[in-house]
Design a protein around this ligand. Structure first.
Ligand SMILES: Cc1cc2nc3c(=O)[nH]c(=O)nc-3n(C[C@H](O)[C@H](O)[C@H](O)COP(=O)(O)OP(=O)(O)OC[C@H]3O[C@@H](n4cnc5c(N)ncnc54)[C@H](O)[C@@H]3O)c2cc1C
Length: 461
């Protein structure tokens, strides 16, 4: 279907990329999979771009020659999105990593797409600002975050990546360069092409630069860890917390088994691990406001059956608790032979029912399932563990579990993915949930942006 990369193509790209071009055995295995590792595909050529112009020339050439192109940031995705399943070109943007401008008057920062989230966060913090989106994987690129509309821990108060993207520079599959949006706060100027591209997982255009919104750095940040006797008790408090009009930055749900995995993985004890279920909340703002919010929520939780409230206010405690939370995915991965995940999002009022359903699925199918999640926004991360199952059993059980979970999510008014995207791995479930009409509209949009279908083919839809 796509043309294979031949010597003539390699010569063309070598003139552009010189030592930033890799072929055959020079291509590291890391380029053949993403962080989850369930999808595998080797690019025929890897190109490390350093400018929008280079990306434009590459796309123009590939489009004319009908060579498929997959864009890669850091490859930390979890749905096979950045894998070259058709061979072709892998266009790696990780060297486009300049922070171009901090505009204090307009509260924006302009970056190249390959800037790492952690580098951006550190840079703006030093200048007294916060870039609020906070997905767990800090080594992801901003281009990857934009392309998956990454969410993360601070979504309850601050929203997700989309809410912080004011403008993007993109390269279309034809090679044309467009600037979508601006430093403006409001925008009702026609269809939002910017918003179509955010979350499109590299299937519509290549994001090469972004102007992002930042906010002043809050002067105080405190977390509290609240143990409960059971998961339903912990989760049922979340809507009540929201009703108090105190808006925590984060409301995370942690289960005992996941905490134990993280303790083992990190070789460090969590401040408390006797209880079955925990909520971890963060508040930020001016110190007296944080104190008020913290005591309002602590009182509410204690009144509603919480066992205790631990204040996580020293840097050491903050590090130990949030480091453990940040390591959950890696910890579960290291506890099993193989895993797969479901990043379902349900209305907040259904989180407990959904988790109880997961326990049933685990029992019925006799498969280990671990979970944690962003309880404040209904986005749960459910991990199916292969453990000692043989390959056939694993495949059958995994598929059954996914079908059951997504059907239940749909019954509750939920969606397939809250923040990790669809990629290749969740494509079939997206089709089942959205139906032929919505998928056909999406295919129409894809055709307009990418008539030859060369950009990240066969992903998402
Ligand atoms: C331990 C761990 C924790 C995580 N926690 C979270 C979390 O809390 N919240 C969350 O949302 N995600 C989370 N993720 C998922 C992952 O970090 C995000 O999906 C991230 O946004 C991917 O960025 P990346 O640079 O690694 O992109 P890649 O994995 O390289 O690519 C992801 C997708 O975006 C496309 N893409 C990448 N860059 C561009 C670009 N410049 N232009 C066009 N398309 C592009 C790729 O083609 C691919 O389809 C986590 C992952 C791990 C491993």
């Amino acid at each position: 279907m796509f043309k294979k990369v031949n010597q003539i193509d390699i010569e063309f790209f070598r003139k552009l990329y010189k030592e930033r071009l890799f072929v055959s055995e020079q291509i590291n295995d890391d380029y053949c999979h993403d962080e989850l590792g369930s999808t595998w595909g080797k690019p025929e050529i890897v190109l490390k771009a350093i400018s929008t112009d280079e990306v434009s020339q590459t796309m123009k050439y590939a489009n004319t020659k009908n060579i498929s192109v997959v864009i890669r940031g850091s490859g930390t995705g979890l749905v096979g999105g950045s894998v070259c399943i058709h061979g072709g070109i892998m266009l790696d943007l990780s060297q486009m990593n300049k922070i171009i401008e901090l505009d204090k008057k307009n509260l924006t920062v302009t970056v190249e797409a390959g800037v790492l989230l952690m580098d951006l966060a550190t840079y703006v913090e030093k200048e007294g600002f916060l870039y609020p989106p906070d997905p767990g994987e800090k080594a992801a690129t901003i281009g990857g975050n934009i392309s998956t509309n990454a969410g993360g821990m601070r979504a309850v108060k601050y929203g997700v990546t989309r809410d912080y993207v004011r403008c993007i520079t993109v390269v279309l599959p034809s090679g044309e360069i467009l600037k979508l949006g601006g430093k403006v706060v409001k925008n009702s100027s026609g269809y939002s092409l910017k918003d179509l591209i955010i979350g499109s997982e590299g299937t519509l255009a290549v994001v090469t630069e972004a102007i992002l919104k930042i906010v002043p750095l809050p002067s105080s940040i405190v977390s509290i860890l609240i143990p409960f006797n059971s998961m339903p008790e912990a989760i049922s408090i979340v809507p009540k917390i929201i009703l108090t009009q105190v808006l925590p930055v984060a409301i995370e749900y942690l289960s005992k088994d996941t905490i134990e995995n993280a303790e083992q993985y990190l070789g460090k004890k969590f401040p408390n691990h006797e209880s079955n279920a925990y909520l971890l909340l963060t508040f930020d703002g001016e110190p007296s406001q944080v104190k008020f919010e913290l005591s309002t929520i602590s009182d509410l939780c204690l009144k509603e059956g919480a066992i205790d409230v631990y204040i996580v206010d020293t840097e050491e405690r903050m590090n130990s608790v949030w480091k453990a939370r940040g390591a959950f995915l890696e910890a579960i991965k290291s506890s099993t032979t193989e895993m797969d995940e479901c990043d379902v999002v349900v209305p907040r009022s259904y989180i407990a029912d959904f988790l109880l359903f997961i326990y049933e699925v685990s029992k019925t199918l006799n498969i280990r399932i671990q979970s944690f999640g962003h309880a404040g926004d209904g986005n749960l991360h459910i991990y199916l563990c292969k453990d000692n199952l043989d390959n056939d059993e694993w495949k059958i059980k995994k598929e059954k579990a996914f079908v059951l979970m997504y059907e239940k999510a749909s019954e509750f008014g939920g969606l397939i993915s809250g923040e990790h995207g669809i990629g290749l791995d969740k494509k079939q479930y997206l089709f089942n949930l959205l139906g032929a009409n919505q998928i056909s509209l999406m295919k129409g949009i894809k055709k307009v942006f990418d008539p030859n279908g060369i950009l990240n083919p066969d992903k998402v839809i």
